[in-house]
Ligand binder design. Structure first.
Ligand code: CA2
Length: 141
């Protein structure tokens, strides 16, 4: 089983800025944490982060026929991107939406998630542990 872990804009800044919201763990540490859980579960994890919407669409499309699940934190594109929604719908790969914070309890503009409609589950407000939960969920499906 192969799972694609996608992170959207600014998530490469994890652990560097806004630790009160996103914590002190860096993006590299996050990938290492997920890799450890993937090893424990016996699944292959593939990582990709981009600040560019089209690059994330390309990564989702390239998963077609190749990966069994996607874990995605689309960052701010959660609240703006019909293109990411369409990409997840187009490939039909079981996808879990993850947010470190709970966007529903923050500014009103964070309440909309376009991608949610195409996802099998949303995990939010659980910190980085949410990514591990998403991985376990996809493995149990
Ligand atoms: O809570 C989440 O995971 C979000 O997807 C994070 C996005 C935000 O736009 C969503 O509303 C909720 C922002 C990611 C920015 O990440 C940073 C990490 C460290 C420092 C600055 C930004």
């Amino acid at each position: 089983m192969r799972i694609l872990i996608l992170n959207g804009p600014n998530l490469n800044m994890l652990g560097i800025r806004e630790p009160e919201i996103y914590g002190h763990t860096t993006y590299a540490d996050l990938c290492a944490m997920i890799q450890t859980e993937a090893d424990r579960l016996g699944v292959e994890a593939e990582f990709f982060q981009s600040n560019h919407e089209g690059a994330l669409v390309d990564a989702i499309q390239q998963g077609y026929g190749r990966v069994d699940g996607i874990v995605i934190n689309p960052g701010a594109y959660t609240h703006t991107s019909v293109a990411l929604l369409d990409a997840v719908k187009a490939v039909g790969i079981p996808t879990v939406e993850v947010h470190i914070s709970d966007p529903d309890t923050r500014e009103p503009f964070r309440k909309t998630s376009y991608i949610r409609a195409a996802c099998v589950r949303t995990i939010k407000g659980r910190g980085l542990e949410g990514y591990l939960e998403a991985l376990r969920f996809l493995c149990e499906k």
